[in-house]
Design a protein around this ligand. Structure first.
Ligand SMILES: Cc1cc2nc3c(=O)[nH]c(=O)nc-3n(C[C@H](O)[C@H](O)[C@H](O)COP(=O)(O)OP(=O)(O)OC[C@H]3O[C@@H](n4cnc5c(N)ncnc54)[C@H](O)[C@@H]3O)c2cc1C
Length: 383
């Protein structure tokens, strides 16, 4: 299988790798380590990418983008994820909040929100999941009630990534008495609005990644509604398809497997053949995940929002993530849990394994992805 995307893509990759080598500290593991300085690194790196015209390379020029292709965006996302996502918490705004605002926002919302995202200046969080509404998201109970010409929002969100560092939240709330999908409406709310409280959830994902967010009678203006009142479900579906395609952890998996190969090369022949086989199998899984991700990009090029194809790709990516985590663990043996610069792969083994465990839950569980694919197959649709 030839994954070469052509000369322009290679040049873009080289440019990104140069910027990464010049501006990220060696051994950088992402924004959510125990070192708060890592968040500052990602914020500065986003501004740098914006100044270089690379942060929103594939956005339309009118929205502050570079007018590049979806394949350009694929290269950017692969290089970012391969190097521990130096866009940090901003990737959510770039990956799908921005595109959702482009697709559903009013001219005023586009003018207000897209330029700061394109400039690398704003962190968005996603308030979908609730304590009783995760896989069954349509059961969400957060309410938005009319108040004058605006709204009052009350409810609780959970597992909200980056809520403690975000300036804005895209929140799904229920308007009126509609059941299930009916009535779900999206709101764009500033995180410093009175009545919003963020409580971090301690987890193995590290510094303030996951949070509960409480909305207590939070005032939102009429301009806070994204899309139609009651039309939130389509926004969510579009958003989740973008989100699932955008997490290119297969690129990190390939880089780590290759770095592991290089580190083990001097005594490769002394290693058990079961480890050789596991390494090779994991690499095959990674390449399959990459192929499925490319299929999604190809489908996106034809204009659709390929949620079934995106789910199939997501299943493969999360599985290769975990397979690679296991190979890294076995290969580094008693040193696998070490963290820090002097640990094997500069501590990326332990870091990768922890995150890989969450991969089959985040952005919709693997069981839910499988059901989306299975239902499409049963309907006779191509998957
Ligand atoms: C790292 C991480 C980051 C996240 N970030 C965000 C975020 O920023 N914003 C946000 O809104 N949410 C976020 N989430 C939440 C995530 O979307 C939910 O955790 C996920 O959708 C599952 O919901 P749940 O936790 O309520 O589990 P449940 O829905 O209660 O599921 C529990 C188990 O039951 C299974 N299950 C449920 N229903 C079915 C069914 N019908 N058939 C078969 N099996 C089923 C599930 O697959 C799962 O194994 C994040 C989660 C993680 C792990």
């Amino acid at each position: 299988m030839d994954f070469d995307l052509g000369e322009d893509a290679s040049a873009l990759r080289t440019r990104l790798r140069e910027l990464i080598a010049q501006h990220l500290p060696e051994g950088f593991l992402g924004a959510f380590t125990n070192d708060p300085a890592d968040l500052d690194v990602t914020q500065a790196f986003c501004r740098l990418l914006a100044a270089e015209g690379l942060l929103t390379l594939s956005w339309p020029v009118e929205f502050g983008g570079g007018g590049g292709s979806l394949w350009d965006q694929t290269v950017v996302r692969e290089e970012m994820w391969a190097h521990h996502e130096p866009r940090g918490a901003q990737y959510m705004g770039l990956n799908w909040v921005g595109p959702a605002i482009m697709a559903y926002g009013s001219p005023e919302q586009k003018a207000q929100h897209l330029p700061p995202i394109a400039a690398g200046e704003v962190i968005w969080c996603q308030g979908f999941s609730e304590p009783e509404a995760g896989s069954d998201l349509a059961a969400l109970r957060t309410k938005a009630e009319p108040d004058g010409d605006g709204w009052r929002i009350t409810g609780q969100k959970i597992w909200t990534s980056y809520a403690g560092m975000a300036q804005w939240c895209i929140i799904a709330a229920r308007v009126g008495g509609g059941e299930r999908h009916e009535g779900i409406t999206m709101f764009l709310v500033p995180m410093d609005a009175p009545g919003i409280e963020v409580r971090p959830i301690r987890s193995m994902l590290g510094y303030h990644h996951l949070n509960e967010v409480f909305f207590d009678d939070v005032a939102a203006g009429p301009d806070a509604v994204l899309g139609e009142i009651g039309g939130g479900w389509s926004v969510i579906k579009t958003a989740l398809a973008h989100e699932r395609v955008g997490i290119a952890r297969y690129a990190r998996c390939e880089r780590l497997l290759s770095a592991l190969g290089a580190e083990l090369a001097p005594h490769w022949d002394d290693l058990p053949s079961s480890l050789h086989a596991a390494w090779a199998r994991a690499l095959v899984q990674v390449r399959v995940a990459r192929l499925l991700a490319y299929r999604t990009v190809h489908a996106q090029e034809s204009g659709g929002v390929p949620d079934v194809i995106a789910s199939a790709a997501r299943i493969a990516v999360t599985q290769c993530d975990q397979a690679v985590g296991e190979v890294l663990f076995s290969a580094t043996d008693h040193r696998s849990l070490e963290a820090g610069f002097d640990a094997p792969l500069h501590g990326a083994v332990e870091d990768h394994w922890r995150y890989a465990q969450a991969a089959t839950v985040a952005s919709g569980t693997i069981e839910v992805q499988r059901m989306i694919v299975a239902k499409a197959l049963l309907r006779g649709e191509p998957v």
